[in-house]
Unconditional design. Sequence first.
Length: 670
Amino acid sequence: MFCVKGARGLPELTYGAARLTQPMRRVGPRGSGEWEPIDWDTAMQTMAKQFARVRQAHGPVALAGATGGAFFSRGPIMALTMRAMGSPNWLINQDLCGGCRGVSDMVTGLSIQNGEDVTNANTVLIVGANPHAANPVQWANIKAAKARGATIVVLDPLQSEAAKIADLWLAPKPGTDAAIAMAMLHILITENRVDHAFINAWTHGFEALSQRVQDWTPQRAAAISAVAPEKIRAAALAYANGPSAFVSGHGIDAVSNGVQTFRAFHCLVAVTGQLDRQGGNRRTKRPRGFKTYLDIIHDAQFQLPEAIASQTLGAAQFPLWAGSGGWQTACHNPTAIEAILTHQPYPLRAMYISGVNIAVTYPNSQRTIQALQSLDFLAVATHSMNPTAALADIVLPKTTTLEEEEVTLNAHGPCLTYTAPVALRVGEVRSDIEIAHALVQQMAALGAADEKFLPWRNAAELMAYQLRDTDIDTDALKRNGFAEFNYTLGNFSEQGFKTPSAKVELYSQRMAALGLDPLPDWVPSASAQNADRVQTEFPLILQTGLREKTYHHSRFREQAWARKVSPDPVLKLHPDTAAAYGIADGDWVQIETPAGQGACNLKAVVSGATAPGVLVTGMGWWLPEAAGPGYGVLDVNINAALSYDGPYDPASGSADTRGVACRMRRCLDT
Ligand SMILES: Nc1nc2c(c(=O)[nH]1)N[C@H]1C(S)=C(S)[C@@H](COP(=O)(O)OP(=O)(O)OC[C@H]3O[C@@H](n4cnc5c(=O)[nH]c(N)nc54)[C@H](O)[C@@H]3O)O[C@H]1N2
Ligand SMILES: Nc1nc2c(c(=O)[nH]1)N[C@H]1C(S)=C(S)[C@@H](COP(=O)(O)OP(=O)(O)OC[C@H]3O[C@@H](n4cnc5c(=O)[nH]c(N)nc54)[C@H](O)[C@@H]3O)O[C@H]1N2
Ligand SMILES: [Mo]
């Protein structure tokens, strides 16, 4: 299947007028938009000199990188580049993305990231995911499953496209899914609809879990979630009528109670024996000997001494997240932003950012921008100018996917996929690994980096390293674009569980050791907790991040076709809510949250798909045509209205980016 963004967005990103093709150095004040073109040698020498200077003055930990995460090669490249310079600090998106799922997956030992076998499932349980827009291939599989008679169960407060085709749609109050999952566990355990063979052989803590769910009657869950007990029961029985695939998404992630929510569902997967079987949730499989990007990050030969790794910003508070014990080892982002501005716990003074647009995509855009403004040095690699790159001292022009090659383990296949460079490079653009290699080399020449951490000069060398110990035919992989491999389902004794008990931990010993609740439970999200002010001044609930087919987060906003399809940042609201506020379809409204520094302006779409009092918007908006350096980022970007201050999920460090209390007013001049 082709996604419109691949077919249309990528060529335009590569060949459009906005493409940057040459390195640039800032000549005016930061953010003034005054640049001079420079050559690559000058760019890399300047960057190395500035990084070395900061390193000398404040120590290596004062340097940080930022990128999306370890799902593409730029993740490990960024992590290893920083480690080469002696810093454990790199920032990723995951606390805002799939981080709660990742941490739960890690502590329970399931290893089921993206292994949903929808194609062979009898029941598909979709919780907080919108594959219609966010995952078109999976959406096609879900529709095919529906057509052949599979039961589709959807948990979503919004009447999503998935909810529309569902056999059973549960619309919980935002942030209450864990209560439903606990009640589903209650029903299936008390009615003995669980897989005792699997539980006895491969799980740890079933007794404790049974005790915990004892009080979680459907009635109790109904009182919290506003979903009728009969519907919860029907969902539980449908799920037990397997094989069942659990499809989860952002709707229950990136919130302050996300890890506990995911653990409740992950326990449900385990006790019903839906793990690693046909039509269930497959554990990550790989060709023997293949090194994934996560493997590289955790590889012993690329580790800094623990005394340094433990200084990763956020590791003290969130050891399951940041530092060597963390899922991807990266920083806790808000802790890093605060370190820039407050020098606590130590100063962070220079950054290299590639492949993220954090001035738009991190909550509290004002504070992120202030932090970037205050750095001693900032280099940004990007395809086109954006609100993050506009604040840089050096801007580096990046290759696009059309010009790059990469091999990735695709858990959905499962297979290896190979992306070929299909186009000649435009101008002087370079790839992430070429930039990183040159930077580390220049830094090493100044005595400020150790090249052993990044032993590859280009993508081909990295790929050869990943494939070195496999028996994959590289030529066939390149020719076909993918390579399947043999794997076994349910091979629990061979492919064990990476937990202290070497079993699936329904009761997590790692969580217990850290003083966190070892068992799953429903806990109210942080936003739901400050109820007083919330109910009077901020009576509405805000959902952010709903995906649109036209955009990938902040990308493609400069493209005419995308803006034609999705011209404005929109806010969906229920007709009753619209009437109560005197808002008509098409009016511009302004949204504020209790702890946000600013507001966000959005165009109202009155829709029965959302519940009364629940407002739904997307994310990633900025206006390339507006004046820099902000490009509208404080006007139309929802993160200008959100805070990044927490309270955070105690395990993943995620802040609430949905289910946030808010208020709304109609803009007068629309
Ligand atoms: N077109 C497009 N596709 C993308 C992206 C993109 O930007 N554009 N981004 C990619 C990335 S990085 C990600 S992380 C994924 C995200 O993709 P998904 O995980 O599918 O996330 P969303 O599209 O945000 O959909 C989340 C769903 O959860 C629902 N929801 C909100 N709150 C709750 C709640 O409390 N409980 C429940 N049960 N549901 C809730 C929302 O109504 C929505 O239907 O998409 C990926 N795919
Ligand atoms: N309020 C709120 N905030 C959110 C979310 C939400 O739902 N609500 N969603 C969160 C989620 S799930 C995510 S994943 C993040 C996304 O946040 P980001 O990762 O920041 O979003 P993008 O717009 O995809 O990143 C854009 C940048 O990546 C660069 N880029 C694109 N492709 C490549 C490449 O191949 N190589 C390199 N080096 N650079 C590339 C582009 O030049 C562009 O500057 O946002 C998070 N923020
Ligand atoms: Mo994401």
